[in-house]
Design a protein around this ligand. Structure first.
Ligand code: G
Ligand code: G
Ligand code: MN
Length: 263
């Protein structure tokens, strides 16, 4: 663990980390709505190290601040470059649970947005359900500040944590992201299908949008369209990929029409 921490510190200094981008589509309009940025670490000796392994290591030290600042900066720079002169689509970035407990994160996000001249309306911050619920008072303060800046807040892995509906009602959240464990077998599993429909309805009743992750085939995608789900993400649509591969994906995909984000 200590070793991984040292290595991660070096990786951050040497830019051995990179971001992959996974497309998100508007299921009702068949358009690319944006991408989720996912950090990747290719270690010279150890090979690919999964974020599930090194994010917790970063969270146990001060490295998570650097890593988050790094990922927001790289994501905004690469994404705005990809969007070019077209109206920028949404870029979603995962925000660590730990950072939600520190008010400095608002500063950190503001600085990165100023550097790249990013419109806050294009930035989506994904926060896991458990992170929001672990110390809701502190988290609430940070979330309100981010939301006031015009940033979209999304609850990641929704359905797997211990959401209290009382808090959900109070949180300045714009979007629910249905966890892939409910989505990837929903074609065969009626219970999963009912849970997915319930989350879609819950989101809409609370004036939130809803994203399904883990879409692995056409059948599931079609079901979600019929169920009124707004956005989708998954291997069937596109795997997380390097920025360099995104234009080719966009060219051959059927989701190439740009979606203009309402002001
Ligand atoms: O593809 P995937 O293995 O990237 O992602 C695994 C987990 O790592 C996901 O739960 C995702 O939320 C998390 N993750 C990926 N990139 C980042 C990041 O830049 N910051 C944080 N905090 N978590 C990330
Ligand atoms: O937890 P979070 O939603 O931030 O992380 C997204 C994770 O889900 C990443 O590890 C990403 O690679 C993975 N993922 C994205 N689409 C699919 C999919 O269709 N199937 C599966 N099994 N995993 C997916
Ligand atoms: Mn996520």
């Amino acid at each position: 663990m200590a070793d991984l921490k040292g290595n991660l510190r070096k990786a951050l200094d040497n830019s051995d980390l990179s971001l992959y981008y996974q497309p998100q589509v508007n299921l009702q309009q068949d358009t690319l709505s944006g991408c989720e940025a996912l950090v990747r670490w290719n270690h010279a000796q150890l090979g690919w190290i999964r974020p599930d392994v090194f994010i917790p290591v970063a969270e146990q030290s001060d490295l998570i601040d650097n890593l988050t600042y790094w990922s927001i900066n790289v994501a905004l720079r690469e994404w705005l470059q990809f969007c070019g002169k077209a109206p920028p689509k949404a870029i979603a970035i995962n925000l660590s649970a730990k950072l939600l407990q520190s008010p400095e994160v608002v500063d950190l996000v503001t600085r990165a947005m100023n550097i790249w001249g990013a419109d806050p309306g294009t930035l989506v911050l994904e926060v896991t359900e458990s992170a929001m619920m672990s110390d809701p008072q502190v988290a609430l303060h940070t979330l309100f500040a981010l939301h006031e800046m015009g940033i979209t807040l999304s609850i990641d892995d929704f359905g797997t944590g211990y959401s209290s509906l009382a808090y959900l009602k109070k949180l300045p959240v714009d979007e629910l992201k249905i966890d892939k464990s409910f989505v990837h077998q929903m074609a065969e599993n009626k219970q999963d299908r009912k849970i997915v429909q319930t989350i879609i309805d819950l989101a809409h009743n609370l004036d939130m949008s809803v994203v399904a992750e883990g879409i692995e085939n056409r059948q599931i995608l079609d079901m979600l369209v019929g169920m009124g789900c707004d956005y989708g993400q998954g291997f069937y649509i596109g795997r997380p990929m390097a920025m360099a591969d995104l234009p080719a994906w966009e060219k051959k995909s059927s989701w190439k029409n740009p979606e203009v984000i309402p002001a």
